[in-house]
Design a protein around this ligand. Structure first.
Ligand SMILES: O=C(O)c1cccc(C(=O)CC[C@H]2O[C@@H](n3cnc4c(=O)[nH]cnc43)[C@H](O)[C@@H]2O)c1
Length: 213
């Protein structure tokens, strides 16, 4: 299978790159068992993700695009360092304010804001399946966290996932998204993040289990 492995930053998949592509360059095709894997680092956020994906998917075909990275969880029953599989991802900020109310782009009949993972490619791991939102501004304020929980009730949030699914849907490429929880969505406190554990667990999975897809 030809797989496009997509991460926002080099650091999130550094252990995997150091093991399989120590002289990492973006054109390299890595061979792991029966797979050929191309790595793409998009930069943080929806705009850079959509641009990077749009560019490569216009030129090359892939059997699967796999978006990996860290994420924040709205739920404390998901442990820091736990891997989750995003099945549905929502562009929760795309719409209009109507005084106290929010009207989504979908309700405005101007486009889709919900994107789904591939139904065809099923991972053997029993990762918790979650609904994500994709945001430009990481939630870090108690009032805005209450509001988004009431309006959407997402399980996790990232800054890229829905843009990734959107680009893959447009290019008709099967897409999966695996995230490792680095922090809880709460009033901003970077000291509570466990980036090291999240990156380690994500990369242990990539190194040991990518071959089983
Ligand atoms: O220090 C900050 O306040 C801050 C603001 C914006 C971005 C960051 C990052 O560290 C990049 C986040 C990176 O990881 C994903 N991520 C991880 N946790 C969250 C979250 O709670 N909410 C949204 N995204 C998150 C995200 O996909 C980025 O790629 C720090």
């Amino acid at each position: 299978m030809k797989i496009l492995l997509v991460a926002a930053t080099y650091q999130e998949i550094e252990p995997f790159i150091k093991k399989y592509a120590p002289k990492f360059n973006t054109d390299e095709l890595i061979e792991i068992d029966n797979h050929q894997i191309k790595i793409m680092i998009t930069g943080v956020g929806m705009v850079s993700t959509a641009y990077a994906l749009g560019k490569i998917l216009a030129l090359e075909t892939f059997d699967l695009a796999l978006n990996v990275g860290i994420a924040g969880s709205f739920y404390r029953n998901i442990k820091l360092g736990q891997l989750v599989e995003v099945r549905e991802d929502i562009l929760s900020e795309l719409g209009a304010e109507d005084d106290e109310e929010f009207i989504s782009l979908e309700e405005l009949e101007m486009g889709n804001v919900e994107f789904r993972a591939s139904e065809k490619i099923i991972l053997r791991e029993g990762f918790r399946k979650v609904t994500a939102i994709t945001v430009n501004t990481v939630h870090g304020n108690e009032d805005s966290i209450v509001q988004i929980r009431e309006r959407v009730n997402p399980t996790i949030e990232t800054m890229e996932g829905a843009a990734f699914f959107y680009a893959c849907e447009e290019a008709q490429v099967e897409a999966l998204q695996i995230r490792s929880i680095s922090n809880y969505v709460e009033k901003r406190n970077r000291e509570n993040w466990n980036l090291g554990l999240a990156v380690k667990n994500l990369n242990d999975w990539l190194i040991n289990s990518l071959k089983y897809i």
